[in-house]
Design a protein around this ligand. Structure first.
Ligand SMILES: C[S@@+](CC[C@H](N)C(=O)[O-])C[C@H]1O[C@@H](n2cnc3c(N)ncnc32)[C@H](O)[C@@H]1O
Length: 577
């Protein structure tokens, strides 16, 4: 029985070898040509469009990965080379060899070391010789991508961008994209040449700029992966920000870089791990599209992550945190492309000088699910220089409207946050809530709590445990009205290049007069002030806007943490307007 299995295996092996020998050739897209300074190389003989599969090839000789030059290896290589046809053996021996040799076995090994590309079988990883793929020369700004396709067990090369007739097809020999010096060190040590591609021939200043980008991409890679799953749950915004930076750098450096899909997958995983299916799907789609171009639709990357793009909730990380919860089709429609990107990457628009804080900013005024958890260190909110003590890296304030309240042992409220989520708020202050005047505690009023955290109560739903009376303020206005007022403040309170907008008639002018009561809105004259007061709601809002605590929310520099702020806010922040 065993012997029979051995004989069948030998026959299969011969068949496999035979198949190997018939592998490729005859591809009309390219030809093997002399390339000055590089020996031979593959040159396009017609235009090859981006995403085209240039070749797909099985190995003719294989070796295990990192195998030392043992006698056993030499025997195996000699057997494989001897099994090649005369024509193939000639092709093999004509391949480039940068290693000195004393006999045939050493010569074969030298050829393999100079040319072999990575392969992966069911049993192990190794390297293989491909008659055509191994003829492709290197460029640091390569126009094609090599890949061992584990699904079809072939080496594929795809066009990363349009390659024109007469242009040389190039791949990238090294693993990670490094700076020019590091690349050339590695290329010289491993392949015996100095690269003279366009990227390596840039003038000094541009070359240094390119190096800085590559070094930064590499550094960001480390930061993205640093905290593992815990990191992307404890500081998702920061992690997504790293990927955002990386993608922007890739787009500047090489928009067709095969590293981009990996970055999009990282972004998809961050979004999905935090319950954000809308962003997760979009990022996964971008990753799949990049891999389709670089690796082809039959690659494992496209097949596996295509499923993810169709249903991101199937990802194993989905649900670890629901901090950013969205449904798959919740992406906004009709936005300008740049606004869509801002939404996708959760970018906060940088404040212009003189601009006020926006109460709609999720960074400064997060919803409940975006708050840091009480028992974990959320690196989107805290920082540490010694990894022992942590302090906020910025200020934040939770806003919620009182839906209901009651007093048993302590004051308890149900409040609805900016995302419409209802949560309990328990007063664990010394006065258990009695420090608030009854007139302040009204349904429909808005509670502002500085540095709020999500608290898991033993009995009952997660909510906020409020302890410091100076961290809370109640505004006599609903959350919706407060946000509408905020929109008006953003429009009518700011000065841009010396120009303001009249709250009464909307006219832009440099010489407007401000409301003497709240100092927030500006008017052309008494008639406009009257219109603002009676028709545009300033009568109701003026008193609110006079409140230094509300003004403080608008003028505070939320992203600059020096010390904790407390209510009442005023004076110090006033001067920052
Ligand atoms: C895998 S082979 C590529 C095909 C090879 N040019 C030939 O004639 O068979 C690798 C060798 O090609 C040469 N080569 C590849 N890329 C090069 C480049 N950008 N500049 C100079 N030589 C290069 C180097 O000698 C290197 O060791």
């Amino acid at each position: 029985m065993l012997l029979l299995a051995f004989v069948i295996e030998c026959r299969n092996d011969r068949k496999r070898r035979h198949r190997k020998m018939q592998s490729t050739t005859g591809n009309p897209m390219y030809a093997l040509r002399d390339v000055p300074g590089k020996g031979k190389g593959l040159v396009a003989i017609e235009k090859i469009s981006k995403g085209t599969r240039i070749l797909s090839e099985e190995p003719v000789v294989t070796v295990p990965c990192n195998e030392q030059a043992s006698e056993q290896l030499q025997i195996s290589i000699c057997q494989q080379v001897d099994a090649l046809s005369k024509h193939q053996r000639r092709a093999f021996l004509s391949m480039h060899n940068i290693h000195a040799y004393g006999n045939a076995a050493e010569q074969y090994l030298g050829i393999i070391r100079t040319n072999a590309l990575p392969i992966e079988t069911n049993e192990s990883e190794g390297r293989g010789i491909f008659f055509e793929a191994c003829r492709i020369n290197h460029a640091c700004d390569n126009n094609a991508q090599k890949n061992w396709n584990t699904k079809i067990k072939r080496h594929t090369v795809q066009a990363l961008r349009d390659i024109y007739k007469g242009e040389e097809i190039t791949i990238y020999y090294l693993g990670v994209h490094k700076n020019r010096e590091a690349r050339n060190k590695a290329l010289q040590a491993k392949f015996g040449f100095i690269c003279l591609c366009c990227l390596c021939s840039l003038p000094l200043e541009q070359s240094q700029e390119s190096d800085r980008r590559l070094d930064e991409i590499y550094r960001l890679d480390g930061l993205i992966g640093r905290g593992g799953v815990e990191g992307i749950v404890s500081s998702p915004l920061r992690s997504l920000g790293y990927v955002d930076q990386q993608v922007r750098l890739y787009n500047k450096q090489a928009p067709d870089d095969a590293g981009l899909p990996r970055a999009f997958l990282d972004a998809a995983q961050i979004a999905i791990a935090n319950g954000d299916l809308a962003r997760g799907r979009i990022f996964a789609e971008r990753a799949v599209s990049g891999w389709s171009t670089a690796l082809g639709g039959d690659s494992i990357e496209v097949i596996e992550h295509g499923t993810l793009a169709r249903d991101p909730s199937k990802h194993m990380l989905y649900g670890i945190s629901m901090k950013w919860r969205t449904t798959v089709d919740e992406a906004p429609r009709g936005l300008e492309p740049s606004d869509f990107e801002d939404w996708l990457w959760k970018r906060e628009k940088p404040k212009r000088p003189g601009q006020l804080a926006n109460l709609r900013s999720h960074m400064a005024f997060p919803g409940f699910m975006d708050l840091p958890g009480k028992n974990t260190v959320d690196l989107d909110f805290y920082e540490s220089s010694d990894m022992v003590t942590y302090r906020p890296q910025r200020h934040w304030c939770f806003l919620g409207e009182i839906v209901d309240f009651g007093m048993l042992l302590r004051l308890e409220m149900t409040i609805k946050d900016v995302d419409g989520k209802e949560i309990p708020l328990y007063f664990y202050t010394d006065g258990r809530g009695s420090e608030l005047a009854p007139a302040q505690v009204q349904k429909g009023y808005t509670v502002a709590i500085l540095y709020a955290q999500r608290h898991a109560f033993v009995y009952g739903d997660p909510g906020i445990r409020h302890e410091d009376p100076q961290m809370i303020k109640i505004f006599p206005i609903s959350l919706h009205e407060l946000l509408v007022l905020n929109d008006q403040v953003q429009k009518f309170s700011v000065e841009l290049d010396g120009i303001r907008l009249c709250h009464g008639c909307g006219r832009k002018a440099a010489s407007l007069k401000r409301c003497s009561k709240c100092s927030s809105f500006w008017y052309c004259d008494r008639a406009c002030q009257g219109a603002g007061w009676n028709e545009k709601g300033h009568k109701a809002n003026c008193k609110l806007l006079k409140d230094p605590d509300l003004q403080g929310l608008f003028v505070l520099k939320w992203d600059e943490f020096d010390n904790h702020i407390r209510f009442p806010l005023h004076a110090a922040e006033d001067s920052e307007v």
